[in-house]
Design a protein around this ligand. Structure first.
Ligand code: MN
Length: 746
């Protein structure tokens, strides 16, 4: 295990100004916290964060990042807390360690391969500082290096994840060595036969081409210096996974690969590139057709270089790339380098400069912005995807499926994103295991469980809450469908009654036969048309039974138009056809229907203004509950009110209340009835009479339906109590021209 002073030395070697005290403190703290914990390998656990820190010193990262590497598993795996780390190491380091803890918790969620891209974005969203990603990558690299200590059944999943998520991430961050090592270990784990085959071939080749790399490096460097040219010559052998991928991609055999050995020659100026090329071509025989001049004709992504392939000693083909230091930087860092050149930050500096290396994370930080994007500078400049990424949140289903949503999305959007059926039957949700309101805005990494009920149809109000187009469209569709069903049921009810009163048989076949006459496509459409009042039951009856004679005297209805019955004034009876005409879903003038009398209800302290359920009221005898309103009042609902469902998730708003009636000072309470009565002279008078005779007060009457054959209306009245209300209901039901009476519980 690396000693404390060794680690500090590794950092001060490239960064003489490093905060040694910080590094020492982090070393000691992490070592103490991990204590006697062990790795699967049998090593002390602390060896892991230490190795991660060492990997990052190779990347020459700043002292804060090295300290974070030492601390990266403390919150997750020991009793250390964010608060403690904040107070000991400052908030900057605390925040970085916290980011790593969040990511490591995500690792526990199972993921599917096709979601790798989304998952990479999620990582980026959580790690708002690129240093978190760097530590995460180093952490993964060390875990991969020690993967063989893990139980065999776990290795595959980890290797897949590395291949799909972390290796591409390293590549996009310009850390090509790390990418290749991650890929190779994963490849070895996932496809051992292929790995071994390629590796054996490579060893054969190495045996046959002993010292080839050194040989070419030395020869070329000598030849160039003889001509007074300074150049950096670096050779490398292609890695097994890289070879495998190329063989797959080009569908070629190992022997056909010409770039297993590659050399890069970097020089100072553009002209020098061509002079080096001349030296190479006069030193070794070249492979015809392999020379490419990407300097005079750069690739689309502005890659510039000369490529040529020679036949080296022992007849091995070797590819050489020749370019300037600046071109090399573009090739290595891709679009990140472009961004820097534009700002002139790196302009004209020596790449080997220490200060520049210390600033390595400066450009890496900016690279984060590029990671979510494609690989071409066009896409980078376009910059649109960046916005897309910032505007998204990524959440999980309980089974670990990742759902990408726009920022501000709610569990309703989430439910519809998973499946339309799930959205349509959604009644509630749990976020990270806790029941939460459906209007909650989701955050990155939230696990969302949708609570469903088959009896549910989405309330139209959801359309305003939903953020995604998919959810909105589905809610609108479901609402339309449920409205149509209600009209259909109503229409069926009207028709059956009309047919029965005419003493005529009723059947769907009869209706089917008259569809064309009424320009309807289906029986369901016809029923809905009758329900909406577009088509009268009498007309349908007459066409279905041509022998039927209407004996009733035509009744001229009240003028259709606006307003309420004003029974208190006793004249000018007016009512309106509700604009959309749907029974039970129409009461929009909430203010007209509510009663804001403050009433003493035992169980309440202070003077809380009390009101009653706006759509149906409550009367003594009802079991009741109070809901605190946002303005600090209390609304009393009978416990059977469907409206209470809305508050299911907000238990803190529920107040237990009970009636406290002063028998010496009786009061009236609001209730609402839904009454259907025949459209015959005198029906309304009968209703008013029954209520009056029973000393109920009618407050308001609202017509919901005014079909030719009957009316449906809502009546708000005031009664003493439940017994009083039930007496009125029973008497109304006994009247021949009243077809149904029910109490409304809003
Ligand atoms: Mn770790």
């Amino acid at each position: 295990m690396m000693r404390q002073y060794e680690l500090v030395e590794r950092v001060t070697r490239y960064n003489p100004d490093a905060d040694e005290a910080l590094l020492n403190k982090a070393y000691v703290y992490a070592m103490q916290k991990h204590g006697s914990q062990m790795r699967a390998s049998g090593d002390p656990y602390f060896s892991h964060p230490l190795e991660v820190a060492a990997i990052l010193t190779d990347l020459r990262l700043d002292d804060a990042t090295i300290a974070v590497a030492l601390l990266h598993d403390t919150i997750e795996d020991t009793d250390a807390t964010r608060t403690e780390i904040d107070s000991l190491f400052g908030e900057e380091i605390g925040k970085l360690v916290d980011g790593l803890t969040k990511i490591s918790r995500l690792d526990l969620v199972s993921r599917k391969a096709k979601q790798a891209e989304n998952f990479r974005k999620l990582l980026l969203a959580i790690a708002d500082d690129v240093r978190v990603l760097l530590v995460k990558l180093a952490d993964r690299l060390h875990n991969m290096r020690t993967l063989h200590h893990m139980p065999e059944h776990k290795r595959g999943r980890i290797a897949e994840e590395t291949m799909e998520i972390y290796a591409p991430l390293a590549g996009r961050m310009g850390m090509h060595d790390m990418r290749e090592e991650l890929e190779d270990i994963s490849f070895h784990t996932l496809n051992p036969e292929a790995y071994e085959t390629i590796n054996e071939r490579l060893e054969d080749l190495r045996e046959r081409n002993k010292d080839l790399i050194l040989d070419i490096e030395t020869t070329l460097t000598e030849r160039l210096s003889e001509r007074g040219m300074a150049a950096l010559v670096k050779g490398r052998e292609k890695r097994p996974y890289s070879i495998f991928r190329k063989m797959q991609r080009k569908a070629i055999g190992f022997e056909q690969l010409s770039d297993i050995y590659g050399f890069r020659v970097t020089v100072g100026t553009l002209e020098a590139c061509y002079r080096v090329l001349g030296v190479i071509h006069t030193t070794w025989p070249t492979v015809p057709g392999r020379f490419k001049d990407y300097i005079s004709t750069p690739k689309q992504n502005d890659y510039k270089s000369l490529h040529t392939t020679i036949v080296g000693p022992s007849r091995q083909r070797v590819e050489l790339q020749i370019r300037t230091v600046n071109m090399d930087r573009v090739a290595e860092y891709g679009i990140a380098a472009h961004a820097l050149y534009k700002d002139g930050e790196f302009g004209g500096r020596n790449i080997a400069n220490h200060t520049e290396d210390c600033r390595a994370f400066e450009w890496l930080r900016r690279t984060t912005e590029l990671l979510a994007q494609g690989d071409t500078p066009e896409e980078f400049l376009e910059n649109t995807k960046l916005e897309l990424f910032h505007d998204q949140v990524f959440c999980f289903t309980p089974k670990g499926r990742l759902i990408a949503l726009p920022r501000g999305a709610t569990p309703i959007d989430f439910a519809y994103a998973v499946h339309t059926d799930i959205g349509n039957t959604c009644v509630g949700c749990k976020i990270n295991g806790k029941i939460m309101p459906l209007v909650t805005a989701l955050h990155n990494g939230d696990e969302v469980e949708v609570i469903r009920s088959q009896a549910q149809t989405p309330p139209p109000a959801w359309e305003a809450i939903a953020v995604t187009g998919k959810a909105r469209a589905a809610i609108r569709r479901a609402t339309r469908e449920s409205v149509r069903k209600q009209y259909g049921a109503l229409g069926e009810h009207i028709l059956k009654r009309a047919f029965a009163r005419a003493d005529k048989s009723y059947s769907e076949d009869l209706l089917e036969a008259v569809l064309d006459t009424h320009h309807q496509n289906s029986v369901a459409d016809l029923l809905a048309a009758v329900g909406r009042g577009d088509l009268s039951a009498q007309t349908v009856l007459k066409t279905a039974h041509p022998d039927y004679q209407d004996e009733r005297v035509a009744i001229s209805g009240p003028p259709s138009g606006e307003g309420w019955f004003d029974l208190k004034q006793g004249h000018g009876l007016k009512f309106r056809i509700p604009p959309t005409g749907l029974a039970g879903a129409i009461v929009e003038d909430g203010d007209d229907w509510s009663d804001n009398n403050a009433l003493p209800i035992r169980g309440l302290s202070g003077d809380i203004p009390v009101s009653f359920a706006p759509d149906g009221g409550a009367v003594p005898g009802d079991r009741i509950v109070g809901i605190l309103t946002s303005s600090g009042g209390l609304t009393i609902y009978p416990i059977q009110s469907p409206a209470l469902k809305e508050y299911d998730d907000e238990t803190e708003r529920w107040v237990d209340v009970r009636w406290d009636i002063d028998v010496n000072n009786p009061e009236r309470f609001p209730a609402r009835l839904d009454i259907s009565a025949a459209n015959e002279p005198g029906s309304l008078a009968t209703i008013a009479q029954v209520i009056g005779e029973n000393s109920g007060n009618i407050d308001n009457v609202k017509m919901l339906q005014r079909a030719p054959d009957f009316h449906q209306m809502l009546i708000d009245l005031e009664v003493w109590d439940l017994k009083h209300l039930n007496r009125i209901i029973n008497q109304l039901r006994s009247k021949p021209n009243v077809s149904s009476v029910s109490r409304v519980n809003g």
